[in-house]
Design a protein around this ligand. Sequence first.
Ligand code: KMH
Ligand code: ZN
Length: 273
Amino acid sequence: MGDLLITVAPTGAETTKADCPQLPTTPEELVETARRCEAAGAAMIHVHIRDAEHRPTLDPARLKDTVAALRESTGLVLQLSTGGSVHDPLDQRLKVLDAAPDSCSLTMGTTNFGDDVFSNPWPFICELYQLSQEREVVPEFELFDLGHVAALHRLLDKYGAPYGGKVHCDLVMGVPGGMPGTADALVAAVAALPSSVTSWSATGIGRSTLPVGLASLSKGGHLRVGMEDVLTLSRGVPVEHNEQLVSRAVELGRLAQREPMTPVEARGLLGLA
Ligand code: KMH
Ligand code: ZN
C-alpha cells in the first residue's frame, strides 16, 4: 500500500517554450510526460495547457480535449489549474470546471507573484468553491501564505466540506510574494491547518524545492514536484524531463520509508469515486 501522494505539475504558465524547449507544452508532449511520470510514481497531474504558439490558455475546447487525451492514456488523477496565468480573467477561470476534471486547484487568496499579482478575491473563491461542490470536482486548496490558511478555515466554516468529504491542500512555498520555502514556515502553516484537513502536500519553488520536500516528508505530508515549480536539478543542471523530478521524489520518499501511492489509492485519499 502506498502512503505518499506524488503530484506532478509538468508545465505551469510562467516559463516560455523559447526559454525551455523541453517544457511539455503541446498535447502530445503533455501526454508523453503524463505517461512517463505515472510510470515513475506520480498519481496525480496538475495541468496547465498552452495554445498552438505555446502560450498559456484556458480555451474550453482545448481543456476538454486535454482531459480526454489524458484520461485515455493514463490513470492519473486529473487536476486542472483554475489559477491559469496571472493574466487570465476570473470568469474564464471559473469555466475550467466545464471540462469536468477530477480535481481543480483553488487558491485561497490574492498574492504578489514576482512582479505580478495573482488575483483571488474572496467572492471569486466562494463562487469557485460552490461550483466545485455542484460539479462534483474535488478542490485542492492552494496555500501560498499563512493568511490563505486562515481563509481556508473561513471557507470551510461557511460552505462546509468539499465534494467527496475529504479536505486536501497544497502548500505552495517560496513564491516571491508568498511564504518562504523553509521548514520553519512549513511547520507554522501545518500547525495552523483546519482540523478537517485530511491530507496535504507541499511544493517549494526553485531552490526551495528540496528543503520543502524534505520538511514535508518529515511532517508526514505529500509531495508536488514538476517543471511548473523548478527547472533545475541542482545549480546549473537543467531538468530535461519531469520524470526526473518524479523519480527524485520517489527516492526521497523511499528514504523516509514512504511508498508512492497508485492513482487508485490517491482517489481514495482525495474522496474521488
Ligand atoms: N500560474 C499561477 C499564477 C494554480 O495553478 O492554481 C497560478 C498557479 C496556481 O499556478
Ligand atoms: Zn498551477
